[in-house]
Design a protein around this ligand. Structure first.
Ligand code: MRU
Length: 357
């Protein structure tokens, strides 16, 4: 059985509370967009694709029980609820991409001759459900492209991969992005070992990725973030594969804090560094990584662990949730559901295939 972070059937959405993992598996009900906003903000659900999926499915649940006087009311309601969901964690762009796409769609649907309040509501619910279904197929495609690309660099011999943060079933509808590449290599019997970092301060690696790796019986080792360069020097790391929260036009990529320093270490050790993300993580509106606004999280995430203070009382803290890795450090390429592309050419490549507008 695979891990399920999101359980959905029409009218009912439940999510695995990721604050309680790995010690407890508890599902909580998300009955409307307010519940989803709170769960995203508190990080009961996290990971760029999962944030967007839970946001949109919460709106699907809410729409079913909401009455409207006309189709324009449905369209403005959908648009404002989607914008509200974007505000919960704005650096991860997938929710914003979904908000823009579905806002245009709902406006278009209301202009159809046969549009009624019920038909517009039903169509939007179906669209949100389809997004959830499509995510696993997208992740599996990334897994195959990424695994093949990495293996081609090593004459098809087994490889060992280092990853950061959590990008697996818990961060997506299932299978995962960077962790999907690791999963695929394991399925192919081409994974000699996976290394996952703790990912301080929130410990997504120690709590969530380690949990997924153990759950899937993938040969793996947990390392502290501060051990990465030593592990690269001594443990034969073949490639680094991480996820992304936002990729901009020049290929610069925002991902979990600590990614940038791992990319620097990988370049020093001549280890290919890959980013794996669906094309919904692209932000064509921004030219370079300098334009990405980085979310800052509460200092208590650094000073306390499970409510116990571990840092000296009164110390100043800086707690950015993400950092930006420049495109030139993404030496392996960006793995998408359409193939693997050089980071600095990703925008041109995806635009030339009409995948990005
Ligand atoms: O703060 P988080 O846990 O939401 O950060 C998650 C990451 O940075 C992931 O690498 C990214 O969202 C990709 S998840 C498939």
């Amino acid at each position: 059985m695979t891990l399920e972070a999101i359980r959905y059937r029409r009218g009912q959405l439940d999510i695995l509370d990721q604050l309680l993992l790995p010690s407890q598996s508890v599902y909580i009900s998300v009955s409307d967009t307010k519940d989803a906003w709170d769960a995203i903000k508190k990080m009961q659900v996290r990971g760029a694709p999962a944030i967007a999926i839970v946001g949109c499915l919460s709106l699907a649940v809410e729409l079913i029980d909401t009455d409207f006087t006309n189709t324009d009311d449905v369209a403005s309601y959908v648009a404002s609820k989607l914008q509200y969901l974007v505000s919960a964690r704005p650096t991860a762009v997938n929710m914003k991409e979904a908000a823009d796409r579905y806002t245009s769609l709902v406006k278009k649907i209301t202009l159809e001759n046969s549009a009624s309040v019920e038909s517009v509501k039903k169509r939007m619910v179906e669209e949100f459900e389809q997004m959830f279904k499509d995510d696993v197929a997208t992740n599996k495609a990334m897994g195959s492209y990424g695994a093949d690309h990495i293996l081609s660099k090593y004459k098809n011999k087994p490889v060992s991969i280092l990853t950061h943060c959590n990008t697996g079933s818990l961060a997506t509808a299932g299978y995962g992005t960077a962790l999907g590449v690791i999963r695929k290599l394991h399925e192919m019997e081409k994974l000699s070992h996976a290394f996952c970092t703790e990912t301080r301060p929130y410990n997504q690696g120690a709590r969530l990725t380690a949990y997924e790796l153990v759950y899937e019986k993938i040969p793996s080792t947990l390392v502290c973030d501060s051990m990465v360069s030593m592990v690269m020097k001594e443990k034969n790391v073949s490639a680094v594969v991480v996820g992304a929260d936002r990729v901009v036009r020049n290929g610069d990529t925002a991902n979990k804090i600590g990614t940038y320093q791992i990319a620097i270490c990988a370049q020093y050790h001549n280890i290919p560094f890959y980013v794996a993300c669906p094309t919904t993580t692209f932000d064509s509106n921004l030219a370079t990584g300098k334009d990405i606004v980085i979310e800052e999280r509460p200092h208590s995430e650094m000073t306390h662990v499970k409510g116990v203070q571990i840092a000296a009382e009164g110390i100043n803290c800086f707690n950015p949730a993400f950092d930006v890795t420049p495109a030139d450090l993404i030496t392996g390429g960006i793995i998408t559901e359409h193939g693997v592309f050089p980071a600095d050419k990703i925008y041109v490549e995806l635009k030339s295939r009409s995948i990005l507008g």
